[in-house]
Design a protein around this ligand. Structure first.
Ligand code: SF4
Length: 470
């Protein structure tokens, strides 16, 4: 391998796809066929990495500076705001940096955990099953759109299907690979057995009752369940923070809105995908430390190296520990400036291995994890409290706050006819006094539901009540 080729992991989701990034004037993506998670295959997001890793500059109040100066200024403002500082870390960076931010944040750490879930479900929620178990399943039930949200799972699903697995989808639109399509509000029609494997999505904006209800379905049927997650190191974030006091995104929004948090430090986490802009506007200081361009306007940008140049450990959805193949510690060093004491990579790396229960990071071996049974769960499936709703189908582009070309909504033929929408025209979507016009595509979607793989700025969470007109 030459000096300008990096063996790395895609930051698009927790699937853990391995690839090479080649610096050759411009950035190029090369396939890494030896990668156990994806055997070299990449989705649209993985193929877009050169765009995603466009250079980013350290800034303080709009003025370009050095990484060190940006980190020093951040340290100064954090110290001056003592008592009203929050630290946000979703898990889009190395486990070593995640341990470092915990030491800085102490009791002000906000993570991707969802509030209100029983603690005995945490391990099930955060550590998925080996993908080989998906390929061997007899009945797979999808509570998400694999094509849009976690594209590399589709290959595993097709493999299972070719071996005779039945695939049921509990989703807002019919999925082409499903043998049976059930709408989320008709979930009582779903028949599960101990041979069923439920695959669901668990992300920082997940609805607590919805997560509880799929956990309860699996528990009651004796079925297996696994959750896919949106950030490259979501599983590592859980393992590193086990037993540490942490707060949810909904708590952070509340704390910013009521003035308890005035300075927010985000580690490789873009808050614009999570919060309404009016919440972000209440902050006195938004400090973002990242290796890729955030879409939020920050007072301070601590621009460290992109993920593909970092040294450290990621843990994919299966619990597989993966080493990033480079030597960069700019991010860790910047965290050291904020902490007022340098972090030693090797010490943190030893702690990471201890937390996983391994002595060597070997991506070809999945460490053994406890998979404790969780207790009975009461959950109530909420009916939609609105006639029409816009459903945001969160995907890697949305979590990264990156522009994508899917600037349209999907709705069904009946809705198009009822609204008398013309081919090639737009649909007007109104919510809480805001209105936008969007192109539409006809798809086999539930009546009165619009699906969008992009945020338009009118959303109020994952499901937004809307009114439609032409
Ligand atoms: S976004 Fe996820 S599925 Fe797509 S290439 Fe990256 S890790 Fe793989």
């Amino acid at each position: 391998m030459t000096d300008n080729v990096y063996s790395t992991i895609c930051p698009g989701c927790n699937f853990g796809c391995g690839l090479y990034i080649r610096e050759n004037g411009a950035l190029e993506v090369d396939f890494r066929k030896s990668s156990p998670a994806n055997a070299g295959k990449l989705c649209r997001f993985g193929m877009s990495l050169p765009k995603i890793f466009a250079p980013i500059r350290p800034m303080v109040d709009g003025k370009e500076t050095t990484l060190e100066e940006a980190a020093k200024e951040a340290a100064k403002r954090i110290s001056a705001s003592k008592g009203s500082v929050g630290f946000l870390s979703l898990g889009n960076t190395t486990s070593e940096e995640l341990l470092a931010i915990q030491k800085i944040a102490e009791s002000s750490l906000y993570t991707g955990m969802v509030a209100g879930l029983p603690e005995d479900t945490y391990q099930t929620l955060n550590i998925g099953i080996p993908y080989s178990e998906i390929e061997a399943a007899k009945h797979i039930v999808l509570f998400m759109d694999p094509y849009e949200q976690y594209p590399l799972i589709v290959r595993r699903l097709l493999f299972a299907k070719n071996k005779g697995a039945k695939i049921s989808a509990v989703w807002w639109k019919d999925l082409p690979l499903a043998d049976e399509n059930i709408r989320p509000l008709d979930v009582s029609k779903l028949a599960l057995s101990k041979d069923s494997l439920i695959i669901a999505d668990y992300n920082p904006l997940s609805d607590t009752e919805q997560v509880k209800s799929v956990l309860a379905l699996a528990k009651n049927a004796g079925a297996r369940i696994t959750f896919l997650k949106p950030f490259a190191n979501s599983t590592g974030a859980y393992l590193m923070a086990k037993g540490i006091k942490q707060k949810s995104i909904s708590q952070l929004v509340e704390d910013i809105n009521n003035g308890a948090i005035k300075t927010l430090f985000c580690l490789e986490s873009d808050p614009s995908a999570l919060f309404p802009s009016e919440t972000l506007a209440k902050l006195s200081n938004l400090i973002i430390q990242a290796g890729q361009q955030p879409s939020s306007k920050a007072n301070i940008v601590i621009a460290n190296e992109p993920l593909y140049k970092k040294k450290g450990t990621l843990i994919n959805n299966e619990g597989r520990a993966q080493s990033l193949g480079c030597a960069g510690t700019d991010g860790l060093d910047a965290l050291g400036i904020i902490a007022g004491a340098k972090f030693d990579f090797d010490t943190l790396n030893e702690s990471v291995k201890k937390a996983i229960g391994i002595t060597t990071v070997d991506e070809f071996t999945i460490p053994k994890y406890d998979r404790p049974a969780y207790g009975a769960i009461q959950a109530s499936i909420k009916s939609l409290d609105t006639k029409t709703a816009l459903v945001s189908v969160y995907n890697p582009f949305m979590w990264s706050g990156l522009a994508d070309d899917n600037d349209f909504v999907e709705l069904n033929q009946r809705s198009v006819q009822a609204l008398k929408l013309m081919k090639g025209a737009t649909v007007k979507i109104s919510s809480n006094g805001s209105a936008i016009e969007k192109k539409f595509r006809v798809a086999p979607v539930q009546d009165n539901i619009l699906l969008a793989g992009k945020r338009f700025g009118i959303e109020k969470g994952i499901i937004t009540p809307v009114e439609l007109s032409r």
